[in-house]
Design a protein around this ligand. Structure first.
Ligand SMILES: N[C@@H](CCC(=O)N[C@@H](CS)C(=O)NCC(=O)O)C(=O)O
Length: 211
């Protein structure tokens, strides 16, 4: 049985969830192949993709015959399946809970920011309009939460970098990249996280896909 790893991502490389899965694979030094799924052409509705993903969304990770969707489940699976590879989530239970808290929150809240500052404005050339009052309120909430979370002298969310840093930086970068006002400390955090080589590897793939 093959134990090859394959990550299914969207063709424009705009999915923040595919980004987190990609960075996890790269940080863990795991060899993998990327397959692009054209959401615009409904490739995620095709029978074979539907069967593997169950949810008809990107990303999916396949490992041999096994397939899993939902990016946080993908990260957890890779941590569990490859325990001797570098970690992307902390071992300490409380630190790990904090990382999972941020992952879950970023994936379930702040919808007005996700709508009005879509990742296409970061990875493609889509222009952003001024934030609505609702999105402004969500941006203020994000800033309050990020300021409360980012107090560790490491400059990361926790003592060591973890995959939740990518999620938090991606959400903040929806504002920073579009010139929305964000405190300087948070802007620096985004720039540091964004310059991480494995994040830049994704940015380069997005740039070449959207050239
Ligand atoms: N919670 C999921 C979100 C996945 C998701 O929303 N994927 C989007 C692309 S960013 C998608 O596949 N959309 C197509 C659709 O829902 O039809 C995760 O973390 O993987």
């Amino acid at each position: 049985m093959s134990d090859a790893l394959t990550l299914y991502v969207n063709t424009g490389y705009t999915s923040p969830y595919a980004l987190a899965s990609f960075v996890t694979l790269k940080e863990k030094n795991l060899p993998f192949t990327i397959v692009e799924i054209d959401l615009g052409a409904d490739a995620h509705r095709e029978r074979s993709y539907q069967k593997s993903s169950i949810t008809e969304r990107v990303p999916i990770l396949t490992h041999g015959d096994f397939a899993v969707s939902e990016s946080s489940a993908i990260c957890e699976y890779l941590e569990d399946a490859f325990p001797s590879s570098p970690r992307v989530l902390p071992m300490n239970p409380q630190a790990r809970a904090r990382a999972r808290q941020v992952q879950a929150w970023i994936r379930s809240d702040l919808m007005p920011i996700r709508m009005e500052r879509s990742t296409s404005t970061v990875f493609q050339h889509d222009k952003a309009k001024p934030l609505s009052a609702e999105a402004q309120a969500a941006a203020e909430k994000l800033v309050r939460a990020a300021e409360a979370l980012l107090t560790n002298p490491s400059g990361n969310l926790l003592d060591e970098w973890c995959i939740a840093d990518v999620d938090l930086a991606m959400m903040l970068n929806r504002l920073v990249h579009n010139g929305d006002p964000v405190p300087a400390k948070l802007e620096r955090y985004v720039k540091t996280q964004w310059s991480r080589p494995n994040v830049q590897a994704w940015v380069a793939l997005a740039a070449s896909a959207n050239a």
